[in-house]
Ligand binder design. Structure first.
Ligand code: JHZ
Length: 396
């Protein structure tokens, strides 16, 4: 049974960067209510009423996974590791974005699935790319007459698909006998530890734990046999999944992760009710920081037009009165306006100037990379603000 534990209010689609702030554009903006639920039987945490994926994954999809050095390095490292561990002949990626992962493999081994046509267009010249949503129909189309996949990789995508049963059944059909599904998604345990409620937005239909993934897989012919914590996106988990009949044994590492998740009570509703209280407090404290600085006439901007920060700004009602603009390196976000709060987005080259006193870390998950990059800003007295694990001004 689904129990709502968190209400993040009226939210726009986190990907709906607006091309203008004209009355006409603003009047057509789509909003929905973002409520988060805990399922008392599968322990799955999800958006209570998911948005229609056709509204989300359009030919105007903004996010480019290659945009940060940290992400490029992480995908290259993962590709190397999977090659060494499993020596795959056929690798399929579900949600291949701009090709940041598949580019680490030779073209004859790769199949890419990417429903956003603008992204699929970026890889289709070099790699066999299907510009479609992942489902059984597509799995039959790809694999009915060809060799099955030894590795199916999917980073930050399975958690985006409402119909998990169909997703996993289609994967089971597509895997070779000892083929492995490797998925990476934000970790529920990290979200709880960091009060990083900004991991909840329309696209993150699920925030998985190892406990909930293994429960969900019970209704398919797949099982979880290994997992490992990874640093990406402020704390994620990599899950290794195989057919029920495959040769892999459940690892000690996975057993320990499951044990720790139980210790953290990720299978108890009370944990999420307490988390919701912390979220409310985080909102209050973050608003306090912004208001105190603004009363002192400080210039505040935001760094990284992330989907995550859309949740924060719209839930905390932090808008143009508090933030002058947002900087982002992604060319197709520059010149646009943030979803819901309509804050202008500009390039960091123009935006990170000496008039800025404070920059909110919208891309807090790349804190290390950003602090290294923005040494001059810090040297000149500029400071960053974060809400993770609690709202504060970063002193160093
Ligand atoms: P980043 C997206 O979420 C959407 P977002 C999606 N749903 C998902 O799950 C995750 O990605 C994986 C910019 N930036 O990765 C680049 C700078 O400007 O945290 C990006 O626009 N300067 C698929 O948006 C944004 O910040 C920099 O120095 O929350 C980071 O977005 C760096 C490092 C990044 O994901």
């Amino acid at each position: 049974m689904k129990k709502i534990f968190l209400n993040l209010g009226r939210q726009p689609l986190a990907n709906s960067f607006l091309p203008s702030n004209s009355k006409r554009t603003l009047s057509r903006e789509f909003f929905y209510n973002l409520n988060i639920s805990f399922d008392t039987s599968s322990y799955l945490v999800s958006v209570t009423k998911p948005v229609n994926p056709k509204l989300q994954y359009t030919d105007k999809y903004a996010h480019r996974a290659s945009e940060s050095q940290t992400a490029r390095n992480a995908f290259a490292k993962t590709a190397k590791k999977l090659n060494k561990k499993f020596s795959p002949n056929i690798i399929m990626e579900i949600g291949s974005n701009d090709g940041v992962f598949i580019k680490n493999f030779s073209r004859n081994k790769v199949i890419a699935v990417e429903p956003c046509k603008n992204l699929a267009n970026l890889t289709k010249h070099k790699y066999k790319t299907f510009p479609n949503f992942w489902n059984k129909k597509l799995a039959y189309k790809i694999f009915l007459k060809s060799k099955k996949a030894d590795i199916i990789f999917s980073a930050n995508t399975i958690s985006h698909i409402p119909n998990l049963k169909e997703t996993f059944d289609a994967i089971e059909y597509s895997l070779s006998r000892n083929g492995v599904l490797v998925i990476e998604d934000p970790s529920l345990h990290s979200v709880i530890k960091n009060t990083s409620y900004d991991q909840f937005y329309d696209e993150h239909v699920y925030v998985f734990s190892a406990i909930s993934i293994s429960n969900v897989l019970r209704s398919s012919a797949l099982r979880l046999f290994d997992a490992e914590k990874i640093e990406t996106h402020g704390g994620s988990m990599r899950y290794y999944i195989c057919r029920d009949t495959a040769k892999y044994k459940q690892t000690k590492k996975l057993n320990l992760i499951l044990k720790n998740e139980k210790k953290a009570k990720l299978n108890k509703l009370s944990t999420f009710i307490n988390f919701a209280k912390k979220v409310k407090n985080s909102k209050k404290e973050l608003n306090k920081i912004f208001k105190v600085l603004k009363n002192k006439k400080k210039t505040i901007i935001s760094y990284g037009a992330t989907y995550k920060s859309s949740t924060i700004f719209n839930y905390c009602k932090i808008g143009k009165k508090l933030i002058d603009y947002v900087t982002d390196t992604t060319l197709n976000k520059q010149g646009k306006f943030t979803p819901g709060q309509h804050i202008p987005i500009i390039s960091p080259e123009i935006g990170m100037n000496n008039k800025v006193d404070f920059a909110f870390l919208g891309a807090w998950n790349f804190k290390k990379e950003i602090l290294k990059k923005e040494k001059k800003f810090i040297r000149n007295g500029g400071k960053f603000i974060t809400h993770v694990p609690f709202p504060k001004i970063i002193s160093k």
